[in-house]
Design a protein around this ligand. Structure first.
Ligand SMILES: [Zn+2]
Length: 422
């Protein structure tokens, strides 16, 4: 895709997912000939068109109908110091701005996938926007190896080897910041040790491969259904480009699962991986969670779909080591029942800890410093449980500023069980 199209598509995604305002933020892509494509100054970011993106040539001349972003100097300074970076995104997303105005950095050691996507975060001191001094303050941090920065009293800037990687870092960091802020509202946030992080880095699927034949009608339908729910989860801010696994059982020993390393916003049916009798479709890389999904399907014939993701409010409970109290409203209790908190590490390999913890009374689990895992007889039921859990977590956290939560009584719970769960 030409750079101008990439930038317009990315700006639509960033604006559409609430990560920038109409006036804030800029995106650039550097080509191998030295041309820098960048968003124009002072245009509506909510409706940016491909032909509004401008190109700044190495000699300083500009092609396009508009002036380049006023932040062009710091984009140029980053490219100068880091030849490996080919795309830069800057914006003022709310959670990262919260960090920037209390002059702190989000600690990415809280979730392994965040650390592997973003690395540790750098910090650039405040300088006036659009100045050479701001460029120096930012590019110094990039030069020392950071790919993601907090800009003091301003926002964030990230770089990547291409625009997709830059976006993945940008979105992942903002969701990490949201999760941390919510986690601090619940209690103490737990960070991961190096040993725990290496468990994630070392997790591979080790599955044998098979040559897939043509897909039957029901398999095609399942693939399309999974993509529909993944895209919907991204729109509903329950899933992000770099994290989130969905699987659906095809029959006793076969299921279809999302891959690793593909941007969830744009996932397509043929990206998904068929797992058949413990082997994978050749040439594809299933989610790291494939073993756990396989063990869950083996142990629980009633489960036909599994979702694990890092929706910020539910994940705030995972990182603060607490579980979501479901004795809040009838819907929460009869859809989620009692949610167990599982220790970090049990999600890797073929351990039976997670399959054993699931039951009719516990269809949803929280895994410490990782994710929420929901199950269902259908993908709709697993998705509904995810939404209800995320909403419940949000209500619980928000309620703290207005009063003390009063749970429904044991007698109420008994009546809900009799009416909806027997
Ligand atoms: Zn700015």
């Amino acid at each position: 895709m030409p750079p101008s199209e990439q930038i317009a598509q990315l700006m639509a995604l960033i604006y559409g997912t609430g990560l920038t305002t109409t006036s804030g933020g800029n995106i650039s892509i550097k080509e191998s000939n030295g041309d820098i494509w960048i968003t124009p100054a002072a245009l509506d970011k909510g409706s940016l068109k491909v032909d509004q993106v401008v190109c700044v040539h190495p000699d300083g001349s500009v092609t396009g109908d508009y002036a380049p972003s006023s932040e062009l100097p710091f984009h140029q300074a980053i490219y100068e110091k880091r030849p490996d970076i080919k795309s830069v995104i800057h914006a003022h997303p709310p959670a990262l701005v919260s960090y920037s105005i209390v002059r702190k950095k989000p600690d990415t050691s809280v979730l392994p996938q965040v650390l592997s996507t973003c690395g540790q975060v750098g910090y650039a001191s405040y300088r006036l926007p659009g100045t050479k001094e701001l460029g120096e303050s930012i590019s110094r941090e990039f030069e020392s190896g950071f790919n993601c920065l907090i800009m003091e009293n301003h926002g964030t800037v990230v770089g990547g080897a291409d625009s997709d990687q830059a976006f993945q870092r940008f979105e992942t960091l903002e969701f990490c910041a949201r999760t941390l802020i919510r986690g601090h509202q619940i209690g103490t946030v737990n960070l991961l040790s190096n040993e725990q992080i290496s468990m994630f880095d070392g997790a591979t699927d080790n599955l044998g491969e098979f040559q897939s034949e043509s897909q039957g009608h029901s398999e095609q339908q399942v693939r399309e259904e999974i993509c529909t729910y993944v895209h919907r989860a991204c729109r509903q801010k329950l899933m992000i480009s770099t994290y989130g696994t969905v699987s659906v059982r095809l029959d006793t020993d076969d299921f279809i699962i999302t891959p690793t390393g593909i941007n969830r916003h744009y996932i397509e049916p043929n990206d998904l991986v068929l797992i058949s009798n413990g082997t994978k479709e050749s040439g594809k890389q299933p989610s790291r969670a494939v073993h756990i999904h396989q063990e869950i399907y083996k142990k629980h014939p009633e489960i036909n779909s599994i979702i694990s993701t890092q929706s910020p409010n539910a994940t705030a409970y995972c990182v603060s080591g607490k579980t979501i109290d479901t004795h809040t409203i009838p819907e929460s209790y009869f859809l989620l029942n009692d949610i167990k908190l599982m220790p970090f590490g049990c999600q890797f390999g073929s351990s039976s800890v997670i399959p054993d913890a699931l039951s009719k009374e516990s269809p949803v689990l929280l895994i410490q410093n990782d994710a929420i895992l929901t199950t269902g007889g259908t993908i709709l039921q697993a998705f509904d449980r995810l939404e209800v859990a995320e909403f419940s977590a949000r209500s619980l956290i928000d309620s703290k500023s207005i009063g003390k939560m009063v749970p429904i009584s044991q007698n109420d719970i008994r009546q809900i069980k009799e009416k909806f769960l027997s």
